[in-house]
Write a protein that binds this ligand. Sequence first.
Ligand code: ZN
Length: 529
Amino acid sequence: MKRVSPKSKPLLALLAISLWITPVWSQRSETVIANSLPALGDGSDITLSAERQLGDRIVRELYRDPDYLEDPILDEYLQSIWQPLVKGAQARGEMTPELLERFAWKIFIGRDRSINAFALPGGYLGVHLGLISVVNTQDELASVMAHELSHVTQRHIARSIGDQARMSPLLIGAMILGMLAASKSTQGAQAVIVGGQAMAAQSQLNFSRDMEREADRIGYGVMSEAGFDTQGFVTMFGKLQQAAGLNDRGSFPYLRSHPLSSERIADMQARQQLQTPRPANEAKDIVQAIMSARARVLAQPGVGALRAWANEATDTNMETQALNKRIGILYGAALSLMQLRDFSAARALLPRLRLALGGHAEALRIVQLLEMEMSFKENDMRGALRALSSTTQLPSSQWQRPELIFVAQASARLQTASPSIETSQLLAKSVSALQAWVLQSPQDAQAWQILASALAAQGRNLASLRAEGEAQLARMDFGAAVDRFKAAQDASRKNPPQMGDHIEAAIVDSRLRFAHGILREQLLERQVR
Ligand SMILES: [Zn+2]
């Protein structure tokens, strides 16, 4: 039986979660069960921990996908929508405390221009840059995320997997990864081999219609509870409907996995008619316009597209556009020019952006971060830190995550290149802020990774190696984690101990045992298979 090689294709892709249950698999599940692991369930819902394990197994591969994107600014933005939705689901009793604790509730960004979002087992949510770039309001984005969240809280995934109960989790994981890879390329779908059978990505089998309607209904309630304008659900449907009419399904894979029936649209319109219309929220719409532009540019559209967006800022008709549109154009142009490394033209747009923004504080902060990014990309770390001077003067407990990440990176690089007392103080401040951060969010692999470089810049080798190990653990790459923790043990044996090293060395020993244990389990699992 051929296996899908996770490395052969970028995987973070257009998953329709429910592509899983195809006739191919139903037939084959009879033959593949021999010698497989204990089944996930007996035809009923799989347990929370089995579903979480399955999700972990899938995202472990996604972390290695070249299209997996860590962008502190977009990450923070999606969190600002996701966290209220998770709280809203709790408040409405859709999410039990057990579900909240056992599942990951984590978002992945895929560097993909197609319009898609998907839920994975165990409370993971994937969002494509294409989706962020195409929505006009935060509420539209919230409607898609609330719908996907509801597939998870309603255990639609568990129910679907329950039907595959006799398959081993490893096989189901491989199958989902195969689906991800298959749906990634537009034509390559047929070429992907899963379980010895060619599988069409264009599956007819999705979540059932009832599940779709339930996810709409619950998602609508959750979104409203979280304070979003439910009109976003209706306008998002409008967008999808228009795309369906245009037969533009190629760039709207979301439509394949969530077919838009007239029933669903009618349901939603009926619900919305009972609501009093809300006024537009200019500040929120401006931030969304900026994030849409950012998503477009980060999707690596090619030099031609970047040039075209850069030119949009010179269009004289621009001034007739609505404010949020103008801001989106200016931000997109500045970011495009930065990517094209035309830094002086990029910087020249900043005063125009700030002028247009007036007193919109939240958007001004993102422009300040953009100014920092420009210096960073020019390898001018002093300039990057200067751009964030209003932040670095604050106590580090008040830094937000993007600032924390960037200040730590810039001060670490500057300290390595040309050390000074001032930089070393800022670096120390960053390190303690990051240490406090990872204590709260131990699954934040990027924060661990940056902490590792910051500690290395301080000359704290042992602590740095341990942080690298923790980053690998957070990405669930247990082999790499073992490797880093072993390197840390070696370092502590060879070098004279520094302050705090005794504690650090003890932690390293226990983390190494932990990572070893999981690695052994994984190897056993493969042998059984
Ligand atoms: Zn759905």
